[in-house]
Write a protein that binds this ligand. Sequence first.
Ligand SMILES: [Zn+2]
Ligand SMILES: [Zn+2]
Length: 165
Amino acid sequence: MILNLKKIFLNENEHLEAKTEFDMSDISAGGMTFIPEPVSAEIKVGNHAGLVSLKADVCFRYHFLCDRCCEHFSRDFAYGFSHILVTDPPEDGDDDYIEAPDYMLDTDALLRDDILLELPSKFLCKDSCKGLCPKCGKNLNEGKCNCPEREPDPRLAALSRLLEE
Ligand SMILES: [Zn+2]
Ligand SMILES: [Zn+2]
């Protein structure tokens, strides 16, 4: 959504609220689309004593493969973001400010970046996920496999022999 914020920038105590949805289904890797359904966002922009700020609450469903067991899962996420908006690039190059050149702001592009920065880089289906057997590849959340228990580390075996002597 492109917001025209001229009225907000030029009038103290002016504000607006907007609801929107936008698409992030182009974000994919290995044939998997992470956010196939639209992201919904509630946006508030206000001018308080000459300072224009934007607050946005976004929610979306994220699809992922568990980093340990490789199964497919989806989870709902909700994030809140806030930014200070300026019409001219700040002189000190501070990127804490978001530029709205000619009072126009593309909220989709801004919130897409916010979401991508906020998402964790790794996902587990649950903290206690047991993962896959490194030998046979069975999903150990579904039960034990028939592989022999882990062979003792030869260095530890040598150490325990030393201790026994
Ligand atoms: Zn898992
Ligand atoms: Zn196994």
